[in-house]
Design a protein around this ligand. Structure first.
Ligand SMILES: NC(=O)c1ccc[n+]([C@@H]2O[C@H](COP(=O)([O-])OP(=O)(O)OC[C@H]3O[C@@H](n4cnc5c(N)ncnc54)[C@H](OP(=O)(O)O)[C@@H]3O)[C@@H](O)[C@H]2O)c1
Length: 386
């Protein structure tokens, strides 16, 4: 297992982080503990959770249960100092925690103390803002997200207020570092700039979706991540299990995520299926497990701090953790790139196709209409005199 620094901090985290969002719904407490035992025995030292977890399904009754499961495990098995804990305060709009209120001085205080209690600890290593107050492109909201009505002054005031509270938590020893999630390049730069100008803590990481099927981070945030040392904690590196190939042929294996979310959070569309087939072909050609190939690809990206994996079964965990330290040959990377160049954003196809379907017949009709116009006919049939 390789370890990397969490941003500019001295905290070393394993390149594989264990996600907890199924503990308390798809997985029992005993299964969550068994996953942590297995992962920590193989060098993982990093766990990601959130005040709203578990999901699949999410409910007010179970919210906070994943943190509790991490808490009972730390209490019974490990010295607190061997574990790097990342948790999150929810942004606005999730009615299952704090009636959907967003991030503010008041909610930060409330959420942090509840998380500390559930985790049975007196400090959190990485405290993250799950999604921004102002909204976000993430979770397929990019189809309709429109930033034009944002109030920049309000946003900057909110960032300053949040960073001041988080700074107080650091001084009190309640958290060690601060991170963002589902953030944009602009939002992250605002956090960095306001921290710099006011001597407040700079964020150390950004937790966004990243996988072979979703590489938006490559385009802009990658540069910020490298230059500002705000590494990516990639969530859903297996595209929530889609890259395993188990849903090909429109199957829904019993107990899999598709039973809870038929389109897997908007990720599983008919346009994604042929692209998954192509990545499965690349894996087969090189004798690789498709999940290990997908994960190893993420781990080799220059801006990656950790990839956050999820598992509901022991066997899944065995496969993904074995990908740590794997290096893909240049032949594999060339084949991956070849698929990527043809399908840079397969989860974005749906909208693209819709637009194309709308435009194409109109263009064709316009062209036919144009050809029939007498002036056009004259130009097309013009012959010089000589
Ligand atoms: N910040 C955020 O907004 C955010 C959002 C999402 C996730 N996260 C974090 O990221 C973590 C991981 O997310 P994720 O679970 O979506 O990641 P993932 O690693 O892409 O998907 C994991 C899921 O894929 C399936 N799977 C794993 N290995 C498999 C294998 N070998 N064969 C077939 N299926 C396999 C399992 O689901 P099934 O068995 O149920 O099919 C497993 O739960 C979460 O626990 C959470 O900590 C954060």
């Amino acid at each position: 297992m390789k370890y990397r620094n969490l941003g500019t901090s001295e905290i070393k985290v394993s390149e594989i982080c264990l996600g907890s969002m199924t503990w308390g719904t798809q997985n029992s407490e005993a299964e969550g503990h068994a996953q942590m035992d297995y992962a920590f025995d193989r060098g993982v030292n990093f766990i990601d959770t959130a005040e709203m977890y578990p999901v699949n399904p999410m409910s007010a009754q179970t919210a906070g249960r994943s943190e509790e499961i991490v808490g009972t495990w730390m209490r019974s098995r490990r010295s607190r100092h061997d574990v790097v804990i990342a948790t999150k305060i929810s942004g606005p709009g999730s009615s299952i925690v704090r009636d959907g209120s967003g991030v503010s001085k008041k909610t930060l205080e409330l959420a942090l103390h509840s998380s500390l209690k559930r985790l049975q600890t007196d400090y959190i290593d990485l405290y993250q803002i799950h999604w921004p107050n102002r909204g976000s492109y993430h979770f397929r909201q990019s189809w309709k997200y429109d930033p034009s009505s944002q109030n920049v002054i309000e946003t900057r005031d909110y960032i300053l207020e949040a960073l001041e509270s988080l700074s107080e938590f650091i001084e009190a020893g309640k958290i060690r570092t601060v991170g963002l999630s589902n953030e944009s390049c602009w939002g992250t730069s605002q956090f960095l700039e306001i921290a710099r100008a006011n001597h407040l803590p700079r964020v150390v990481s950004i937790q966004n979706e990243y996988s072979l099927l979703d590489r938006k981070f490559d385009l802009d945030l990658a540069e910020l991540a490298v230059n500002e040392q705000v590494g990516l904690l990639a969530f859903s590196p297996l595209a929530a299990g889609i890259l395993s190939g188990k849903y090909q042929g429109d199957r829904t294996p019993p107990g899999s995520r598709r039973n809870f979310s038929p389109d897997i959070g908007g990720r599983y569309t008919k346009h994604v299926i042929p692209v998954v087939d192509e990545y499965l072909r690349v894996a087969r050609k090189h004798g690789l497990d498709p999940c290990q190939m997908a994960l190893a690809f993420c781990l080799m990206r220059p801006f990656m701090t950790s990839a956050i994996i999820g598992a509901t079964k022991q066997r899944q965990l065995e496969i993904t953790i074995a990908a740590a330290g794997m290096s893909l040959s240049s032949d594999v990377l060339d084949d991956i790139n070849e698929v990527y160049r043809r399908h840079p954003n397969p989860m974005g196809w749906r909208a693209y196709l819709k637009i194309q379907r709308w435009i194409q017949p109109r263009c064709w009709l316009d062209w036919q209409w144009c050809l029939l116009q007498p002036q056009v006919q004259r130009v097309l049939t013009y012959r010089p005199d000589h």
